[in-house]
Design a protein. Sequence first.
Lengths: 114, 124
Amino acid sequence: MSLYVLEGLRPWVIQRVSAVYIVLFSFYTIYSLLTAGQFSYESWKDWLYHPFNTTVTGVFIIALLFHAWIGMRDIVLDYVKNIMLRIFILAMLMGVLIGSALWAFRILLLSVVS
Amino acid sequence: MNNRPVYLNLLKIRLPVTGVVSIAHRISGVLLFLSIPFAVYLLDLSVASEQSFANVNELLQQPTLVVLQVLLLWSLVHHLIAGIRFLLIDAEVGIELAGARSGAWIVFISEALVILLIVGGLYL
């Protein structure tokens, strides 16, 4: 059944590949924070809107979107047996994730536009 | 589904340490998921203007939000460290019982140290 979009070994692989990227991105941001010195509005914006950081943050949003979807989906499939309730909750989760991702992308791309 | 009786008393289950890491990984994952929209909202505020950046700074120092931040900090640190352990188990490192158990203890001990280090660095 293709209801849950991803089947078989594929979600398992995506979960792990995205996890590795998220770990690397986390270490990179922690490193950036520790070496930043003064943390101000200007330095924060400069960091986020540096082309490299905007790019790796954009990839992070995509990785997190998949990672969170597969994780939450697995939990719903484990505990929610009623099929209608399952579809309802999954749709809500998908809505929250896609909405958040689009919002985050808008924030990241605003600097490119303005 | 069959009609056999199910006896499931969560208080009577003695979960091994590896199981505690596992369920904590789930709980922390759910908490992190729930924090996503709020994190994006704060990200939006933090770049919108100098004034809203200062507002975020002030907001995050509210006592109730500090409690939430510590909870989310635990979620993040646990999910990250336990996640690395699960990746190692996928790579067949620490897959036998003794190794899995000591791995689980290493997760809890190292996450406690990391959290103390971060909280100490931020608030002291």
